[in-house]
Design a protein around this ligand. Structure first.
Ligand SMILES: NC(=O)c1ccc[n+]([C@@H]2O[C@H](COP(=O)([O-])OP(=O)(O)OC[C@H]3O[C@@H](n4cnc5c(N)ncnc54)[C@H](OP(=O)(O)O)[C@@H]3O)[C@@H](O)[C@H]2O)c1
Length: 310
């Protein structure tokens, strides 16, 4: 039996693993490798899978269901989250009609009759909160969706929605990693004139904490890889790669695990969505759940990633 650490997803009551498995890149595997990958994730206790209707234009959901051999008897082993609201190359669309149609497509591709969580993918400037509420009511009443959340939303947009919604917003999925931590850096430097004080997110992390909304950092590794701090060859000879190596030694875990543990250490109760298709890196992500970085080490990594303190 695995001992994967869990958190309660917002106000949903769902006990889910602290790390989610993102499926945006899953079609990069062949069918057999994808089946193995999903099996390994389940063995590790990483049974929360993140999708979106636009990943591979729906192909990622279809491919996942096929690889997982999804059936009513297996469905209970999985938490499945998907997103809608982006009509690729056309517009963003939070209309009732679009949300309902999207969920029907998602359920059919995933071979299931319910989603554990539905997220609104990116804000729609033409959003009518009452229409979203009507869509969520219909989806909740029909049992097609158990919990609802958002992604890439500011406190203002969430407030606007919450005034109409009868269901709680349980999650906000946001771009965040140790090398891309403006959500954290901004509030630390809120009144500095020469630092990264520009507030583009309106205190999103604090808002989520105040309102019991689980933060799901997306791309927790990709920017770390782009900075050549994790990928081979490592070009950085000082700074973050050195600090990650030092922490790897101290916590007996590899740098990938440390980069994810850095997010997990944040008291917002984060649930990073890892996008790897590599089983070794999946194991590192699971290992991260066992690590609790000290306050000093968390700040040392923050500074090594060239973030500022006043
Ligand atoms: N809500 C949104 O707007 C939004 C946007 C984007 C993504 N997402 C979600 O977030 C999930 C994760 O995003 P992401 O895929 O960008 O996550 P990520 O975990 O930051 O990046 C994964 C990518 O980085 C590569 N990588 C990681 N460590 C590496 C290393 N040490 N060396 C070389 N390559 C390495 C992975 O390759 P390997 O496969 O070889 O490990 C994979 O291509 C997605 O699957 C999706 O579910 C949400």
């Amino acid at each position: 039996m695995n001992t994967m650490k869990k958190l309660t997803l917002g106000a949903s009551g769902l006990q889910v693993p602290v790390v989610a498995v993102g499926c945006m890149r899953i079609t990069g595997l062949d069918a057999a490798a994808a089946a193995r990958f999903i099996g390994t994730a389940l063995e590790l206790g990483l049974n929360f899978f993140d999708h979106a209707d636009i990943y591979g234009d729906g192909e990622c959901e279809r491919f996942f269901a096929e690889a997982a051999q999804m059936s009513p008897s297996l469905r209970g082993k999985f938490f499945i989250q998907s997103k809608c609201g982006i009509r690729k190359g056309v517009c963003y669309d939070f209309s009732k009609e679009h949300i309902l149609r999207s969920v029907d497509g998602i359920l059919s591709r995933l071979r299931t009759d319910y989603l554990d969580v539905l997220l609104l993918h990116r804000p729609d400037a033409l959003m009518e909160p009452d229409e979203v509420a009507a869509a969520f009511d219909a989806l909740a009443a029909s049992g097609k969706v158990r919990a609802f959340g958002v992604s890439n939303q500011t406190p203002g947009t969430m407030e606007l929605l919450r005034r109409s919604l009868r269901q709680p917003i349980v999650a906000n999925q946001l771009q965040l990693s140790i090398t891309n931590a403006s959500l954290i850096e901004r509030s630390l430097n809120m009144n500095m004139t020469d630092g990264p004080a520009v507030d583009r997110d309106g205190g999103t992390l604090d808002y989520c904490r105040l309102n019991g909304i689980t933060v799901q950092p997306w791309s927790p590794l990709r920017h770390v890889v782009d900075h050549r701090v994790l990928a081979e060859p490592v070009v950085e000879t000082e700074g973050l790669s050195v600090k990650l190596a030092e922490m790897s030694e101290k916590y007996s875990a590899d740098p990938t695990a440390i980069a994810i543990a850095w997010l997990l250490r944040h008291p917002a109760g984060m649930m990073p969505v890892v996008g790897t298709t590599n089983e070794g890196r999946l194991r590192s992500a699971a290992k991260a759940a066992e690590i609790v970085l000290s306050r000093e080490d968390w700040y040392a990594l923050y500074l090594a990633a060239a973030h500022r303190l006043p």
